[in-house]
Write a protein that binds this ligand. Sequence first.
Ligand code: SF4
Ligand code: SF4
Length: 172
Amino acid sequence: MIDGPIRRAVKWVARTLYLNQLRFSRAWRRMRGERPHALGGACEGCAKCCEEPAIQVSAAFNPPRVLARGFVAWQRRVNGFELTRVDEDQGVLYFRCTHFDPSTRRCDSYGSRPGMCRDYPRMQLYQPNPELFAGCGYRAIAPNASGLLKVLEDQPMTEAQREKLKDGLRLR
Ligand code: SF4
Ligand code: SF4
């Protein structure tokens, strides 16, 4: 269902808080010396990331049942995300997005989509080995890619081996 003005306003507030919190936490992590992968490429609109939105709930996020129910209810009422399954081992909640039309692969409320939709796949860049959706136009580039590329150029190997390593090590 297309977002009306009230839901758009609520989502704007939630999104602003969420994206600001992301900015602060990432700045903090960089200050502490973390070096995430860089983001290369661009969105090609394949909508893979809309097929089954997932939210990682940290191990520390082990709320009382009533809060967990509130979180899921918020996702349903505000973001239009209906819980479909829970991976308890990985701490991930999976949803069906009611704004996504699988036949047209379009979002009916793209202008008011949540912060996590706008942020994808930047969160993945902090993983040791970022896994993006197959076919996603973005790619993760190793934080030390330029230095490694220089080292690689000096190594005795065939061009095919060099190219394979560049892909395997996420150097481009
Ligand atoms: S999976 Fe990647 S390319 Fe496809 S819509 Fe999402 S961000 Fe864009
Ligand atoms: S709100 Fe829109 S952008 Fe976000 S998952 Fe649903 S269809 Fe995709």
